[in-house]
Structure formats: C-alpha cells, structure tokens
Unconditional design. Structure first.
Ligand SMILES: [Zn+2]
Length: 390
C-alpha cells in the first residue's frame, strides 16, 4: 500500500481524497479534496457537478503520529447550470464556521468531562485556551425533570459574586441534576414552583430553613428527610464545644490527661481498647460536665441504630429531655434544634436515603474548582459541573 493510501485509511475522513502529505517540524499537513460528486442546488434543487472555482482551507484535526495534524482541503464551489447559483460543496466532517474537524470538537468536549482545567485540555489537544472555552460555551444543559428522590445541598463555589451555590441531585440514580446560583428561598421558589413535582416522593436536605420551607410548601406529598450526617453533626459539635471549654479550664498538670482527647472522646466507647478506655475514664473523672456530655453523645449514637421512625421518635424524645436537663448550654441548644426538626429527622429512619452522594459530588466540584483556580462565570461553571456528572 502506498503511503498516501495508508494515510487516507488512517485519517479516515469520509469522502476526502489525500493527494499529498508534507511533514514540518511539529506538524503534518495532509493535502487533498473531496470526491467530485453531484450536488443539489440550494436555490432551485437542480443537480449539478459543474465546478466554478476552488478555495483552499486549512482545518485542524486531532493530533496523531506525534504531530499536530492539518487537513488542507481544496474546497470546490459549484455552479448551478439551471439558475447560476454558486455554492460551496458539502464537507461532512467539518462544522459550519469552524476551522476544526467535528471529531476534534467532540474530543475536546469529551475531555472536559474530567475535572481538569481548560488550560490543561488546551495543551493536551494542541489548541488555545480560548478555543476550548468557545467550544465548551456551546454546550448547554437545560433544566431537568425532578427525580423521585431529590437531594439538595450547598457548596462554596464563589461564583457569580455569590459565596454559596446550590446543588440538586437524584439520590436514587446518583446523578447531579442541576446547580443553582444561590440558595435563597425566593430563588428556590421561582425554581421549583413551575416544575412538575408530583413524581417526587422524597426530599432530602440539611437543616437550612429555606430547604425545609420549600419541601413543606411545594412537596407536600413527599417525605421530607433531614440528612443523618447533618443532625448527628449537631451532637458532635455540641460535644466538641463542651470538651474545648472544659479543657481550657484545667491547670497544666491535668492537661496532660487530655492527650489525644479529641479522637479518643469522639470514638465510640465500644470501639476503644482497654488502654484507651482507661484514658477516657481519667478524662471524664476530671470534669462532671464532660462526663454528662459524653453520656449524651454516646446515647445519641446508640439512637442512630433505631430501626424505624416510631422507635427513633421515642428514643430521641427521651434524649431531648435528658439534654434539656443536663445543665449544658450547648446541649440545651442542640435539644431545641432536635425538637424543632424531629419529624424530618425521624423520617430518616424509615428509609436509607441520605445526602452522601450529594456531599461526594461537592468534593469533586472542589477539585474542579481548585484545578481551574475558580470560576467567575456561573453559567459556564454550572454547565461544566453538569457535563462532568452527565
Ligand atoms: Zn439552481
């Protein structure tokens, strides 16, 4: 096989006949033209194969053989023998107004499914950063249908002049379905109100009040769930606050007891070995407040094993009373929060839906943001996130 036939076969551009190949320092130019064939006049519909003139165009293709590849094509302009209209021949592998092959554009868009930066993709594809961005700006994800199980959360995106953006996920199918520029209630109302909402059976969120208001107003038939991780965290925070306050009060000698106190005290008692248990006992002996806080923490973690809403409701109600009588400000406050959210908290015990996937997505977004040194343009940020998770 001659090298020209070989290259024709390898580059695989349908209808393109290779005439000549020139190698330069960093690039390979492949010269040729399309097969001559009858074209339909766009004006009158008559068939013609009469060539009027030629125009040469250089088109960038996907890099290969260690070279940047350019297709130098001698484009024909046909003339209609019936109405005299002149028009350029059809080239199936070239998009209108682009100086790149369609497949290069597709590949760039495909590459942007990674969390890597535009600069990285530009380098990899041998095109400019502005080209990558211009291509990606044609990608647009429209507003989706709402899923059966909605997860909603916020993340620090710092985009479009707003600190927090809102992420909406399909928890059941593990998909990010939309990104909103803000998490304010009026915005959420405008977003959810026009949606088809009757298919949503569960709505999972943290304890941000506007989410709860949206769930209660617009998803009346859905079960509203406070994410487990978020309400357990309230107890952990209360405990940590007590631990820090108490530790600060101790004189130097006693402080020695509190080596590794954070990790030892936050672990479940049942998971500690004998040595650690003794260390914990010594810490708890030093402070009555710390002891009470520890019991409340351990009790709450036990409650997390409840099998259903009914059982959890009973247990948490008892816990709330104990916390309110503990004399610990932090736990009194925490008990108030639990009382306020008890219905949606206990709903979490009747099903296994959590915002774990949503939180995981937020971590991936964090990496994307770090690689790109941030995003200023919200529209582009949103499309990029949805593209990555598509
Ligand atoms: Zn014509």
């Amino acid at each position: 096989m001659s090298s020209i036939n070989y290259i024709s076969k390898i580059i695989n551009l349908k209808g393109f006949c290779v005439k000549k190949v020139n190698d330069y320092k960093n690039c390979r130019k492949i010269y040729g033209q399309m097969e001559l064939k009858e074209h339909k006049c766009p004006c009158c519909g008559h068939m013609t194969s009469k060539v009027h003139d030629y125009r040469t165009q250089e088109i960038k293709d996907i890099s290969a053989f260690g070279y940047e590849i350019y297709i130098v094509i001698r484009k024909r302009r046909y003339v209609c023998t019936h109405c005299n209209k002149r028009f350029t021949e059809k080239i199936p592998f070239l998009s209108k107004y682009q100086r790149m092959t369609k497949r290069l554009i597709y590949l760039i868009i495909e590459k942007l499914k990674d969390v890597s930066s535009y600069t990285h993709t530009a380098k990899e594809m041998n095109v400019s950063v502005s080209t990558v961005i211009r291509i990606f700006d044609n990608v647009n994800y429209t507003k989706p249908e709402l899923p059966e199980v909605i997860g909603i959360d916020e993340f620090k995106g710092n985009t479009g002049g707003e600190k927090y953006q809102c992420i909406i996920t399909d928890i059941k199918n593990k998909k990010v379905i939309d990104i909103l520029p803000v998490r304010y209630e009026n915005y959420l109302v405008d977003y959810f109100k026009p949606c088809e909402r009757k298919n949503t059976k569960y709505f999972v969120s943290d304890m941000w009040v506007p989410y709860a208001n949206i769930a209660k107003t617009y998803f009346k038939k859905a079960v509203y769930i406070t994410d487990k991780y978020h309400f357990v965290r309230q107890v952990t925070w209360a405990f940590e606050a007590v631990r820090k306050e108490e530790q600060k009060r101790f004189i130097k000698e006693k402080r020695k007891l509190f080596k590794r106190s954070r990790s030892l005290l936050l672990k479940r008692y049942s998971e500690l070995n004998e040595e650690s248990r003794q260390a914990v006992a010594a810490m708890l002996n030093a402070s009555e407040k710390l002891y009470s806080a520890y019991i409340l923490k351990e009790d709450f973690y036990d409650i997390m094993k409840s099998k259903n809403k009914e059982e959890a409701e009973k247990e948490i109600s008892v816990w709330i009373m104990a916390a309110e009588n503990s004399g610990l400000d932090r736990f009194i406050k925490c008990a108030g929060t639990m009382r306020k959210w008890i219905d949606s908290i206990t709903n979490a015990f009747d099903c296994s839906y959590t915002n774990g996937f949503t939180e995981g997505s937020n971590n991936k977004i964090k990496v994307l943001k770090r690689n790109a040194y941030g995003f200023r343009n919200f529209r582009r940020f949103r499309n990029r996130i949805l593209h990555i998770f598509a």
